[in-house]
Write a protein that binds this ligand. Structure first.
Ligand code: SF4
Length: 265
């Protein structure tokens, strides 16, 4: 009876083992389907719709989306327990936005914690607080995307204003229940100026307990997926920031916030 939550079903589109990004040590990343935002630069467009889709990959149709139980996901995650123990790794939830499947997300994190694994979640906190509050007790590290401080510009590039997300960032920080790391996708034409990055860095530094800021340079690795889904890639005119530009932005963020700023996740 107590383990009934392991039968909770949810929809994922990938599980990646042996990742050294998105949290400490060697990790297994579970990608949940569904997102409330529609960021123009999104490198996982197949994550956005909750519906199961067919995407052309190298000309061949591939079904994206699979319904699984928490128990099934954890069986895969647990295969690499030895690596987690040696490296301090564990399970990371990503997406999409994991919080779009609240019961599944909570049960996955709870299951991992109860098996002694460390947990992390990549999320932009675009959900009601009562949803976020339920997952925090099972979360070690919240990798929170904060993309901009300006609600109007945020809406223009992602489809949603960001007041709720910024408010949730404050509440997560105040809760003190997990480590909060702020991550910024650095996207030319959207936020890749010193002034905009400094603004985000200052906001991050104002959050209780936040010490780390990750700047994630925009890349085009998702471009082919748009074609595979029959969608237009709106960022084809945007060049990824070069190393010198990223170093300049990182230095500006450090000066403005005093945070430990790193390039990449
Ligand atoms: S929040 Fe992430 S997954 Fe959702 S649309 Fe934006 S980049 Fe894509």
């Amino acid at each position: 009876m107590a383990e009934q939550y392991l039968d909770e079903r949810g929809r994922i589109f990938d599980i990646q083992r042996y990742s050294i990004h998105d949290g400490a040590g060697i990790r297994t990343i579970v990608f949940l389907k569904g997102c409330v935002l529609r960021c123009k630069w999104c490198c996982n467009p197949e994550s956005q719709e909750y519906a199961v889709q067919t995407m052309l990959v190298q000309g061949k149709p591939k079904v994206i989306g699979q319904d699984v139980t928490v128990r099934e996901v954890l069986e895969t995650v647990e295969r690499d327990r030895t690596y987690y123990r040696r490296s301090g790794g564990g399970m990371t939830l990503s997406g999409g936005e994991s919080l779009c499947q609240p019961a599944f997300c909570e049960a996955l994190l709870r299951g991992a914690k109860e098996r002694g694994l460390t947990t992390a979640m990549e999320s932009m906190a675009c959900a009601e607080w009562r949803v976020i509050e339920r997952v925090l007790p099972y979360l070690d590290t919240y990798l929170m995307d904060i993309k901009h401080t300006d609600p109007a510009k945020h809406e223009r590039f992602t489809g949603r204003r960001n007041e709720l997300m910024l408010e949730n960032a404050k509440k997560v920080a105040e809760s003190g229940l997990c480590e909060l790391i702020v991550r910024v996708p650095v996207v030319p034409t959207f936020n890749a100026t010193e002034g905009e990055i400094e603004g985000i860095a200052r906001f991050a530094a104002s959050l209780k307990g936040v010490k780390k800021l990750h700047l994630l340079p925009y890349h085009r690795l998702g471009q082919d997926k748009y074609e595979g889904l029959g969608r237009e890639y709106e960022c084809r005119h945007i060049l990824p920031p070069d190393n010198a530009q990223m170093e300049r932005l990182a230095a500006a963020a450090r000066r403005a916030s005093g945070l430990d700023v790193q390039i990449g996740g």
